[in-house]
Design a protein. Structure first.
Length: 81
């Protein structure tokens, strides 16, 4: 899978916001049509979410992803090219 993922070049801060610097996933392709859905992190709720929503999200995450790489905070949900 690694050969299909973009290279990571660290974190860049712009106007007090942190961004990951990644290689362009479609560089060098002819007429590229590519989609990649990556989920990064374990938190799937807003900072001001109600406690009930946080509890539901944690329960759902544990039920579906506890035995996958998602437990480490990184998950490829879908890809097409």
């Amino acid at each position: 899978l690694g050969s299909f993922l973009s290279g990571f070049h660290g974190i860049q801060t712009v106007a007090d916001q942190c961004y990951m610097e990644l290689d362009c996933a479609i560089h060098g392709m002819r007429r590229p049509i590519a989609q990649l859905d990556i989920k990064i992190g374990l938190k799937t709720w807003e900072d001001d979410a109600p406690a009930e929503k946080i509890a539901r999200a944690k329960k759902s995450f544990d039920a579906f992803y506890k035995d996958s790489s998602a437990k480490d905070g990184f998950r490829v949900c879908g890809m097409s090219a």
